[in-house]
Design a protein around this ligand. Sequence first.
Ligand code: HMG
Ligand code: MG
Length: 298
Amino acid sequence: NLPATVRIVEVGPRDGLQNEAAPIPTAVKIRLIEDLAAAGLSEIEAGAFVSPKWVPQMADSAAVLAGLTRDPRKRYPVLVPNLQGLEAALTAGARDVAVFAAASESFSRKNTNCSIDDSIARFEPVLSRARSAGVPVRGYVSCVLGCPYEGEIAPEAVARVAKSLIDIGCHEISLGDTIGVGTPLATQRMIGAVAEAVPIPQLAAHFHDTYGQALANLLAAMQMGISVIDSSVAGLGGCPYAKGATGNVATEDVVFMLDGMGIQSGIDLTRLAEAGWRVLRHFDRAPQAGVSRALWQK
Ligand code: HMG
Ligand code: MG
């Protein structure tokens, strides 16, 4: 039941860089996004129009979009937490946006300062404004396999939030294992519950690799028919509201696995790894991700 092709949504320039402590020049972000596009990524999350007090690292997202040479065949979504963020994103020329909710009440409050239900209510005007602007909206659900504050999360809670996001008009739901605690059978149970409310083709897997389980969980997700995978070049990232969380699964690791299984992604692994190394040179770090490090040593 494995998919023949997988669409990778590269989230490194947003989910990865939002967690870096030191300021990153806008030009470094732009170069990274352009390098990723050149490596074959067709969808690259380019920033977030969130409160700069909450996530300072994303404060230059408008400048990133303005400076970017965009390939018209590619998509460069940005996160928006509310109408204010959407208006700023539209003004900056965003053509794809994403809203983000959580399956855990505590995480919802820490990340967006409101309850789950209030977050959905806040997104309703965002979705209707985006619809009138002709801008598709993706919906994220965080903490789908565990919460840093509440521990285990019931699959039904994930399904409920995913369904709410679809009901208000999101075209795709990205299921976030924010703290990377999922394991393969739990992943399949969670996807099974969500699939009763949202068709599998509308679901994406967004797994962080904190406990080294992400590739195994992705295989388990693909066995359930999931064919959209979020990942971060060089495994950049973490989450500012989830202590100890490391980056998303590395795009290099995902592409190596897909290549080995004969699943098409359209991505050139060498150019992808080079894109990661270039941004790591800026941070003066070696790659953390397995495949990126293995290629680096050659
Ligand atoms: P709040 O403080 O409740 O908002 O934050 P507020 O509406 O009361 O506004 C307070 C101030 O923020 C005001 O400014 C607003 O203008 C400003 P002041 O009058 O005090 O000077 N403000 C904004 N500024 C810029 N852009 C905006 C915006 N909205 C309000 N859009 C809010 C509520 C949602 C804004 C805040 O909690 C926030 O920005 N949160 C973002 C958190 C975030 O970005 N987290 C990381 C992304 S989610 C993630 O990483 C998970 C994911 O990867 C999936 C996974 O792994 O699970 C997607
Ligand atoms: Mg994430």
